[in-house]
Design a protein around this ligand. Sequence first.
Ligand code: UD1
Ligand code: MG
Length: 435
Amino acid sequence: MAPRRRVLSASVEPQQVEPQPMATVAEDPPMSTVAEDPPMSTVAEDPPLAPPKLGLVLFASAHFFFPFVYLVFIHYRIEEELRRSIAICAAMSFAGFVVCLRMIPVAARYVLKRNMFGYDINKKGTPQGNIKVPESLGIVIGIVYLVIAILFQHFNFTADSNWLVEYNAALACICFMTLLGFVDDVLDVPWRIKLVLPSFAALPLLMAYAGHTSIVIPKPLAQFVGVAFLDLGWIYKLYMGMLAVFCTNSINIHAGLNGLEAGQTVVIAAAILIHNVMEIGTSSDPEYKQAHAFSIYLMLPLLTTSLALLSYNWYPSSVFVGDTYTYFAGMAMAVVGILGHFSEALIVFFLPQVLNFLLSCPQLLKFYPCPRHRLPSFDPKTGLLTGTDDGTLVNLFLRKFGKCSEKSLCIRLLIFQALACLLCFWFKHILAGWR
Ligand code: UD1
Ligand code: MG
C-alpha cells in the first residue's frame, strides 16, 4: 500500500484540500497502515511551528504572579515551612513551563505524522483554514504536569503524611482522565460516552477519600436546619463524582475559539491560587491550611504548563489542545475543589461554564438537533464571526454584543471569566461575616 501523503508543504494549493473537522481522522486508513508511514526523517522536513507568543504569557503572568508573590511573601504572615514548599513548587512549575515550551513543537510533529490534526473551523474559506493544525497537544501538558506533581512529593510529604494517600489518589484521577481524553481524541467517541468518561476517572479519589462528608450550614440558615454541620454520607461522594463530570465536560464544551480552552483554565487556576493563599493567610487551623496548600501544589504546575500551551494555542493557533487537555484540566480543578473543600467557590469561578452548560442543555438532551460542532459562522470576506442558533455562550455573546473577530471574542469571554472570579471574591468578602 502506498504511504499516506503529507500535505503540509507550502506548495500545496489551498483549494485542493476541503477543510473538515477532526472527524476526518476516522476516515483515515486503519491503524495497521501506520507502519507504512514515511520514515521519521521526513518529519524533520515539516515547516516549523510558529514561535510561541511569549509576550502574551508575560502579560498574563505579570497580572497573576505579582499579586500571588505579594500575598504569599509580604501581605500574609505564612509559616516559613509553607512558604518554602510553595517556592519549591513554583520553581518546579517554572521548569515545567520551559519543558512544555520545548516539547510542544516536537510532539506536534509526531501527532501530525499520525494524522492527528484538525482544521481551524473559524478560518474556513481562508488559506489558514486549509492548514492541518496538530491536535491533542494537551498530552504534553498532562505528562509534564504529572511528572512535576509526582516529583514534588519528595520535597513536601513524609512517608507517614496523612495527605499522601489523597494526593496520590488525586494524581491517579488526573492521570486516568488524561488517558481517557487521549482515547477520545484518537477514537472520537460519541457524545454520550464522552459525558461519562470523567465518572470513571474520578473513581480513585472516590474510593480513597477518607475525609469528612459533612457540609457547614451558613449561620443564617443553621437556625432553620437545626444543626451547624450536616452529614451527607454517600450523597457527598456522589456530589464529588458529579462535580468531576461537570468540571471536565463544561470546560470541553466551552470551546472552539483559538485560546479559549487553555485561556479559561489559566484564569480559573489563577483565581483558585489567589483564593487558596487568602484562605491560608486568614486561617489559624493547620488542617484547613494544609487543604489549601495541597490545592496550591496542584494548581501552580497546572497554571504554568497551561500558559506554555496557551502561547501556542492563542490566535492564530499553531496547535489545538484536544479533549486530552480539556478533560485533564477540568479534572485537576475538580480534585482540588473536592479535596480542598471549596467546591462552592469553584462553582462561582465556573460561572461562564455553568451558563454555557445551561444554554447547551436543550441540544445535549436532544430537544433540538445537536451538530458535531456548535460554532459561530465565519465570514471569510470580513474575517468576522456571527452567532448561530446553537445554544452556547460563544454564540450568545455574538448575538448580544454583535459580530466580532475570533480573537476579540476570546478576549471578551476571558474577561467575563475573570469577572466571575472577582464576583466570587466579592461574595467571600460579604459572607466572611457569616462564618
Ligand atoms: C466540543 C463542542 C463542539 C465544539 C468543539 C470545539 C459541544 C457538545 N461540543 O466538542 O460544539 O465545536 O468542542 O472544540 O458543545 N476547533 C477549531 N478552533 C479551535 C478549537 C477547535 O476550529 O480553536 C475545531 C478543530 O477542528 C478541532 C476540533 O474543533 O479539531 C476539536 O473538536 P473536539 O474538541 O473534538 O470537539 P468536542 O470536544 O467533541
Ligand atoms: Mg473538545
